[in-house]
Design a protein. Structure first.
Length: 291
């Protein structure tokens, strides 16, 4: 049965390969619809940045002005969190994560992303009715848990390197397992078992950070896509007449698109700020060392 191209509102939990739609393995099974969008978004961001900074001038043009405003705003925000001693080392990664997540979230709201693909139409339905999409061509990259988990793991790798290189292994372990509050003598010895237990819990918390970072971003973006899909198909689910269901699929989702624009920005900001806070907690020197 030949594949056909349809327009519909649909998103699946997994990210299927674009070249194994019939269940047959191919040499390009790794190329999923979310990876395709990731490559496109990365290329788009790099191209926009290069275009804005290709000819830097003292009096910036519109593109350079927007680029400098974004960079300066992010730099000042992150410097206030991680401190001057770390901002030059961590800014490139944190800013990249923010811009990539933001652009990916907003790209997922464009018509056709997650809703154009190969599928089939139920017999007896009208030409404009919503068919069943089996493999969407484009999928929001942040609605794929593989991508969000990969970003979180990459960040945690850099986080560990920055923490160890900034405070050293001994101070890093002391920060986790050491007795807090400046206690000394017999009182400190008595509290050692308690702080060791607290340190173990802190290690478990650190190990769960990639999970929490990735699931928070994935869950919110995937839920937004599912919400839009539900609003688009609401008329059909309520058994409206075909013409009214089609009209409802265009008008009802409009308010939710504005909501998802805000959610996309907030989720990119939360991901970046949480990463910055984790860096600040691990790389802040004690006051006694600073003096």
């Amino acid at each position: 049965m030949p594949l056909q191209l349809f327009l519909a509102a649909a998103i699946s939990l997994d990210a299927p390969s674009l070249f194994s739609m019939d269940g047959n393995e191919t040499y390009a099974d790794w190329l999923t619809n979310s990876i395709l969008v990731s490559v496109f978004m990365s290329t788009l961001v790099v191209w926009l940045c290069r275009r804005a900074t290709r000819k830097m001038t003292i009096v910036p043009g519109p593109e350079q002005n927007v680029f400098e405003s974004v960079v300066e705003g992010l730099y000042d925000m992150l410097e206030a969190i991680v401190g001057r001693h770390m901002i030059s080392r961590v800014f490139s990664l944190l800013a990249t994560l923010f811009i990539f997540i933001l652009v990916s979230n907003w790209f997922g709201l464009l018509p056709g992303v997650g809703s154009i693909g190969w599928g089939h139409r139920e017999p007896g339905t009208l030409p404009w009715s919503v068919p069943n999409i089996e493999v969407p061509i484009l999928r929001p990259t942040t609605a794929d848990l593989n991508m969000t988990l990969a970003m979180a793991l990459v960040f945690m790798g850099f986080w560990l390197y920055w923490a160890l290189s900034e405070v050293g292994l001994v101070q890093f372990l002391n920060h986790i397992f050491g007795v807090k509050g400046g206690l000394k003598g017999i009182m400190a010895l008595l509290l050692v078992p308690i702080f060791l237990f607290v340190g173990v819990m802190e290690v478990i918390s650190i190990l769960f950070r990639p999970v929490s970072l990735s699931l928070r971003l994935f869950g919110n973006v995937f839920a937004g896509e599912t919400l839009l899909s539900s609003m688009i198909t609401l008329g059909r689910e309520l058994h409206f007449p075909e013409w009214l269901a089609y009209l409802a699929s265009v008008t009802i989702p409009i308010p939710f698109y504005f909501l998802e624009l805000l959610v996309g920005f907030l989720q990119a900001t939360v991901f970046m700020l949480l990463c910055a806070v984790y860096i600040q907690l691990a790389t802040t020197h004690d006051e006694e060392e600073a003096h």
